[in-house]
Design a protein around this ligand. Structure first.
Ligand code: ZN
Length: 411
C-alpha cells in the first residue's frame, strides 16, 4: 500500500478535478506486477492503469488502444485469466460508476482478482459502492489499510469537492533561501507549470509581483525547452518517444493520441542515411515540431501557446496600482484580481499560493498543505524566518532535486 501511496503523490493536484489514487497489483504468489497511479483527468484510473501495465508486461502486447474505455474493453476480451487470484492494493475504494471510463470495481471483479485491499472509503454519491460490488461477487475486500496516509492523499480532493483546497508552494535552497532569482532546476519548474496547467487560481503577494515581474503561466508544462533525443528512424518511418526522459514522456504520448495519423506513419518521412525528420513536414504540418539537427527536435512555438490552460491570478495587495506591462497581465483568457481580502481565493475550488517570506508569515488559516521544492545547494543570502510546524506527507526526487508535501500542524 505504501508503494501505491507514494506513486499517487507524484500526481497530486495534476489529477484535478479527480482524486490522486495509486494502485499496486500482485499476483497470487505475491510478486509485484504493476505500480501505477491516476495521472490526469481523462486518462485511465489507477486500477486500469495498473492492469494495462501488467497486461503489457505479461503478453508483450503494446497494441492496446490509447483510449481508456477501449483499453478496458480490449483487456476484458483478451486477458486469458492471467490475473486470477491476484490482489490489488488501492488507496481509494474502486469506483462503481460509469464516468469517462467504465467502473474499476467491475474490471477487478471480471479479471478474477481474489482480494482488493483499500485505504480510504469513497463517500462520494456517484462513485461509492465499489467495495460492496466486489464483496457481492465473492471478492475478499479489506478496508482502511494505512487509512491515515490514504486519507491525507485524498484530502485535497475532498476539500475542493466541498468548496476549496488551497496550498502554499515554495522553492528554496537547503538553507531556506527563497529569494534571489530562480532557485530550483528545470524538472521542478516543469512540474510547477504542469500544476498551473490544471489550476483554476494562483495567489501571489503584491510585493513579489512588483519585484519579480512574473508571467505565472504554464509554458513549460509540455517540456518545450527540452530538446529530445527521441527520434528513432527505420527506413521510411520515424518513431517518437523511446528515448524520451520520463518527465516528458507523457507529453509525447499525448501528442501521439491527439494526432495518431501523424505518428508512426509515413507523414514522418525520413532520409534513411541521415535519419532526419522530413523538414517540410516539420515546417508545414501545423508546425508542431521543428528540427534542430539530425536526431533532435522540440515542440515548436505555435504549439506552446495553444497547448495549455493558464490559471487566473489573485494579487494579494492593499495597493491596487500595478504596472500593467508586468507579463502576468497579458496572458490570454486570464482574469487578474487585485484585492486585500485573502478569503476571496475560497471562491475558487483550487488555489496555489506562490510566495516567500510575507506569505509564509501571513498564511491564512485555511491553507493546510505546503509543497516545498528543495534545490541541493546553499546560497549566501538571507533565509526564511518563520515559525511553522510541519508534518511530512511524502517526499519525491525530481531531476537531482527533491520536493515534499507537508501538512501544517495547527497549534
Ligand atoms: Zn475507477
Amino acid at each position: 500500500m505504501n508503494l501505491a501511496i507514494n506513486e499517487a503523490w507524484k500526481y497530486q493536484i495534476l489529477t484535478y478535478p479527480n482524486p490522486a489514487v495509486g494502485c499496486v497489483i500482485v499476483d497470487k504468489f505475491g510478486k509485484i506486477l504493476a505500480i501505477k497511479a491516476h495521472q490526469k483527468a481523462g486518462l485511465a484510473h489507477a486500477e486500469l492503469s495498473a492492469v494495462i501495465s501488467a497486461f503489457e508486461a505479461k503478453f508483450k502486447d503494446t497494441s492496446l488502444p490509447k483510449n481508456p474505455s477501449k483499453a478496458y474493453e480490449y483487456i476484458l476480451a483478451n486477458h486469458d485469466g492471467f490475473l486470477n487470484g491476484a490482489k490489488a492494493f488501492v488507496t481509494l475504494e474502486p469506483c462503481s460508476h460509469h464516468g469517462k471510463t467504465p467502473p474499476c470495481a467491475n474490471l477487478l471483479n471480471k479479471l478474477g482478482f481474489s482480494e482488493v485491499i483499500i485505504g480510504s472509503y469513497d463517500n462520494t454519491d456517484a462513485a461509492s459502492g465499489g467495495g460492496k460490488l466486489l464483496q457481492k461477487n465473492g471478492v475478499k475486500v479489506k478496508f482502511g489499510i494505512l487509512k491515515e496516509r490514504c486519507d491525507e492523499l485524498l484530502a485535497p480532493f475532498l476539500a475542493w469537492q466541498s468548496g476549496n483546497f488551497s496550498f502554499l508552494k515554495l522553492g528554496m535552497s537547503l538553507n531556506g533561501v527563497v529569494s534571489g532569482g530562480v532557485i530550483t532546476g528545470l524538472g521542478a519548474r516543469v512540474l510547477v507549470h504542469k500544476i498551473r496547467s490544471v489550476l483554476p487560481l494562483l495567489a501571489i503577494g503584491g510585493n513579489t509581483v512588483r519585484i519579480d515581474r512574473p508571467t505565472l503561466d504554464s509554458r513549460l508544462a509540455n517540456g518545450i525547452y527540452k530538446t529530445y533525443d527521441a527520434v528513432k528512424t527505420d527506413e521510411n518511418e520515424c518513431k517518437i518517444g523511446e528515448l524520451v526522459c520520463s518527465d516528458y514522456e507523457t507529453n509525447i504520448r499525448a501528442f501521439d493520441e491527439k494526432y495518431p495519423s501523424k505518428v508512426n506513419k509515413k507523414n514522418y518521412k525520413t532520409d534513411s542515411n541521415s535519419q532526419k525528420i522530413d523538414s517540410s513536414f516539420c515546417q508545414t504540418n501545423d508546425t508542431f515540431y521543428k528540427t534542430h539537427n539530425a536526431n533532435t527536435f522540440e515542440v515548436a512555438d505555435t504549439y506552446k501557446t495553444h497547448s495549455t490552460h493558464n490559471p487566473d491570478v489573485f494579487i494579494y495587495s492593499r495597493q491596487k496600482e500595478f504596472d500593467k506591462t508586468i507579463p502576468l497581465f497579458s496572458i490570454a483568457k486570464r482574469k487578474v484580481i487585485i484585492g486585500d481580502d485573502i478569503k476571496f481565493v475560497r471562491s475558487y475550488p483550487l488555489c496555489m499560493f506562490e510566495g516567500g517570506q510575507n506569505l509564509l508569515a501571513n498564511l491564512p488559516e485555511f491553507v493546510e498543505y505546503v509543497l516545498i521544492f528543495f534545490a541541493p545547494n546553499f546560497l549566501n543570502l538571507a533565509n526564511l524566518s518563520a515559525n511553522l510546524k510541519l508534518k511530512l506527507l511524502n517526499l519525491c526526487e525530481i531531476d537531482g532535486e527533491f520536493y515534499g508535501w507537508f501538512k501544517i500542524v495547527k497549534k
